[in-house]
Ligand binder design. Structure first.
Ligand code: ZN
Length: 191
């Protein structure tokens, strides 16, 4: 799946949002990719998972591991494409951990997946979860890469590399126009 096809899928499913958004980083942006809105459609999720899995078919991954919640559906579909299992790590007491009886064995070859990579922080942390359990991480993948020159130390693949314009609230042209700012996933807030 090409970058253009991936973005078209986001657009078609209403997952490419245009407006005035406050990102988790605090910066403002006029575009937001809400992966949950594309992943709610199983056929789209399956196609994205297959495209992410393809570059890793020769790596012999036995486990696909994702950080909850955003990566769970992606991991499930990548695992389906590879014919292996998908598990997830959850945040507890500040750190990501394997719970629910999920186990990574000493010989496990692990592929780490996410929906969106921005700073690479949660992917790096998930890689550490796999290694701490004795697994060998063969690569990492995310549908969207919003990062710049993110170094993970393992082969990394994304379907879309985007460098969306972001603004400091003080100099945001949309704020200057008086457009209400929205935190994605919530209702508009008055600022
Ligand atoms: Zn703004």
């Amino acid at each position: 799946m090409t970058e253009k096809e991936t973005l078209a899928l986001y657009e078609k499913t209403g997952a490419l949002l245009r407006g005035h958004f406050r990102l988790t980083s605090g910066l403002h942006s006029d575009v937001y990719l809400q992966s949950a809105l594309v992943l709610q459609h199983p056929d789209a999720a399956e196609a994205l998972g297959r495209a992410l899995a393809d570059p890793f078919r020769a790596e012999g991954a036995r486990t696909v591991l994702a950080p909850a919640i955003g990566g769970i559906l992606v991991a499930h579909e990548v695992a389906r494409a590879l014919g292996v299992r998908a598990i997830f790590a959850e945040r507890q007491d500040g750190g990501l951990r394997l719970r629910r009886g999920f186990i990574i064995g000493e010989t496990d070859r692990v592929l780490v997946v996410e929906d969106v990579l921005t700073t690479g922080g949660s992917t790096r942390e998930t890689i550490q979860v796999a290694r701490a359990a004795g697994g060998r991480v063969v690569g990492a993948a995310s549908i969207v890469n919003r990062g710049r020159d993110v170094e993970l130390g393992v082969p990394y693949v994304s379907l879309v590399q985007i460098d969306l314009p972001t603004y400091e609230p003080d100099t945001c042209p949309l704020c200057a126009q008086g457009m209400p700012v929205v935190k994605p996933g919530s209702r508009p807030v008055a600022t």
